[in-house]
Design a protein. Structure first.
Length: 56
């Protein structure tokens, strides 16, 4: 599935869906992607999912 990179809220929601399904690596990938476009959603996703990622 491709999502417009500017739709940060949709990326956040997708990350939370993957979190609920237990797809840790997918959540981390989405966090990395969000970090490029929106630090606020990045921080929110890390906080809500409990995942921490060393950002590039």
């Amino acid at each position: 599935m491709r999502i417009n990179p500017k739709l940060d809220r949709a990326r956040y929601e997708l990350g939370m869906a993957h979190h609920k399904l237990g797809h840790v690596e997918k959540v981390r990938e989405i966090i990395q992607h969000l970090a490029v476009f929106d630090p606020n959603f990045t921080n929110q996703l890390m906080q809500d999912s409990g995942e921490t990622v060393q950002l590039r």
